[in-house]
Design a protein around this ligand. Structure first.
Ligand code: PEP
Ligand code: MG
Length: 589
């Protein structure tokens, strides 16, 4: 039995058999052309480029039909890359300069690009390496003819294991034949992961050395909930996971009844349950799962899946769709949180690579240094506020100067719209994410300047503990159970309560079974979690009393280590609501 840890990119667990894919890269030998053939060779490359672009058009339409808009946008992004002269000019240059065949020039330039991407510390680049290979294969196919599909030998349903997997391959998996996949490359924001989500199959990325060790037909457990892959598991492990899969199935059925029940504790206290979404279409699931609204709309995903900065109108259309689908429930729109793990969209070329992207020009800082772009977004948000309840929220605020600047740009946008006679909500609620230690420590000051706080524990944890949230090597140190994090959470909640403003948690911890009681116990009355976690959290809320949660929080406050905190919380939740305890109901591998 071998256990590997990776990054969970699409949830669910399967037990199956391995199908290993060969290396995607093929060696293309260097072949020269005579000087009189160079022009024809460049033309051959241009033709292949044109055909590839047309092929991507067809792919985009088909994928949109089968897997939805988000997955389809990946192929629009690919088209954007093919149009980018910084990629195509060097290829033509190499054919002319070195007098070589187009396929060799393509292979060499794509290899150089992929090396550059892989070396950048910024994971938004390194997770796009699979996109580079995808395009290389596409163009080479036009130049040298059909290549053998790597999935050709797949006869039975299997778990695909590969060094890398391109988004095109994932989107074209033979129907029902691939029940999950694990790759050595990729990460949470990789396009291949987005496709896995759309397909509804579990996936784990960033699993070092897996493809070297796995062989066709090996038994495999793929745990997309926790990012764990187990090769040739022992009988006990298989049995544990079988029981877990069955428990989750039954639990899932029992949750369906919860949809129309209110989110109140046993003693009648309302805990507002909102959802986090990346695309407007998810608002449908928010309603179906019985949430009170959207607590975090990560608008940057529109940009990350486009080949250009979304126009004001494009943004407005998206926000309007979310408002419409929510049927009167509130929509909290967060302004672009670009940079660090979420790239800079198609502006990436204009942004200097950074040594420490998480401490760099990201999020609100990026917006405040691109005011016209920021204003376009604020106008779109304001216009959508005329259609239903909309709140606006600024991410990664670290100082009052920053917050006041952002609010000033918002006021500017309001004045412009008023002058143009465009309708919008003049009393729109303005809030901020509390996700930097400086904001947490100054919460009483900030609470006087905003109408709500949303605590982004994903970032808060990384900044408080000095642990990169995307770095697998220190993943064992990254935990919201650390007493330092819990002390700050309490202080933020207290500051918000004193000022009489709404405080919510929208980081992943809010949706994790072990933390729900604790968060209620320290005073939170609003949580925002992934749409899929809504029923589970509601179930917990409906099973507990406030006093019980407060007792638990007091006890946790007396511990001095994250291990103690976590062990205690797990034991408590397991005792009080065993069926709500998801993934971790199976012993840690
Ligand atoms: C957070 O940081 O907790 C958060 C919710 O924002 P994101 O995960 O998008 O950074
Ligand atoms: Mg954040």
């Amino acid at each position: 039995m071998e256990i590997y840890k990776g990054i969970p990119v699409s949830p669910g667990v399967v037990i199956g058999r391995v199908f290993v894919l060969d290396e995607v890269r093929q060696r293309v030998p260097r072949r020269s052309v005579t000087p009189d053939k160079v022009v024809a060779e460049v033309a051959r490359f241009d033709r292949a480029l044109e055909e590839s672009t047309a092929e991507l058009d067809a792919m985009r339409v088909q994928v949109e039909k089968e897997l939805g808009q988000e997955a389809a946008k990946i192929f629009a992004f690919h088209q954007g890359m093919l149009r980018d002269p910084s990629l195509t000019t060097p290829i033509r240059g190499r054919i002319e300069r070195e007098q070589v065949k187009a396929e060799y020039a393509v292979a060499e330039e794509f290899r150089a690009l992929s090396d550059r991407f892989a070396k950048m510390g910024d994971s938004s680049f390194s997770t796009k390496v699979d996109d580079v290979w995808d395009l290389e294969r596409r163009i080479l196919r036009r130049l040298v003819g059909e290549q053998r599909s790597r999935l050709g030998g797949l006869a039975q349903p299997a778990v695909v294991v590969a060094h890398e997997l391109t988004p095109s391959e994932a989107a074209s998996f033979p129907h029902g034949k691939v029940v999950g996949f694990a790759t050595e490359t990729g990460g949470r924001t990789s396009h291949t992961g987005i496709v896995a989500h759309a397909l509804g199959i579990p996936a784990v990325a960033g699993v070092a050395r897996l493809a070297d060790h796995a062989a066709d037909g090996d038994e495999i457990i793929l745990d997309g909930d926790r990012g764990v892959v187990i090769l040739n598991p022992d009988a006990e492990r298989v049995e544990n996971y079988r029981r877990y899969i069955e428990r989750m199935r039954i639990f899932g059925l029992s949750l369906e009844d919860l949809r129309d029940s209110p989110s109140v504790t046993q003693d009648g206290v309302k805990i507002a349950l909102h959802a986090n979404i990346e695309f407007p279409r998810e608002a449908r699931q928010v309603v179906e799962n019985g949430a009170d609204g959207v607590g975090l709309y990560r608008t940057e995903f529109l940009w990350l899946t486009s080949d250009h900065e979304p126009t004001e109108e494009e943004q407005y259309q998206q926000y309007a769709e979310a408002v419409r689908l929510l049927e009167g429930r509130p929509l909290t729109i967060r302004t672009f949180d670009l940079g660090a793990d979420k790239g800079h969209g198609s502006m990436a070329h204009d942004v200097e690579p950074e040594a420490n992207p998480f401490l760099g020009l990201r999020s609100i800082r990026y917006c405040l240094s691109n005011l016209p772009m920021f204003k376009r977004q604020l106008r779109a948000i304001l216009r959508a506020s005329a259609l239903g309840p909309v709140r606006v929220m600024f991410p990664l605020i670290t100082s009052t100067t920053e917050l006041r600047h952002a609010k000033m740009v918002l006021r500017d946008a309001m004045e412009d719209l008023a002058e143009e006679g465009q309708p919008f909500d003049r009393d729109i609620s303005v809030g901020m994410m509390v996700e930097a230690p400086s904001a947490a420590l100054m919460a009483p000051t900030f609470a006087r300047e905003v109408s709500f706080f949303s605590i982004g524990t994903n970032d808060l944890v990384q900044y408080v503990l000095a642990v990169d949230r995307t770095n697998e090597q220190v993943a064992n140190l990254y935990t919201a159970a650390h007493p330092a994090v819990l002390v700050l959470l309490k202080e933020i909640v207290r500051a918000g309560r004193r000022a009489g403003i709404d405080v919510s948690v929208c980081g992943e911890m809010a949706g994790e079974a072990e933390y729900v009681m604790l968060l209620i116990g320290i005073g939170l009355r609003s949580l925002s979690v992934s749409p899929a976690a809504i029923p589970r959290v509601k179930r917990i809320v409906r099973s507990v009393e406030i006093e019980q949660c407060e007792r638990l929080a007091r006890r946790v406050g007396s511990f001095d280590s994250e291990r103690q905190v976590l062990a205690f919380l797990r034991e408590q939740v397991r005792t009080i609501i065993p069926e709500a305890f998801d993934g971790r109901a199976v012993e840690e591998p």
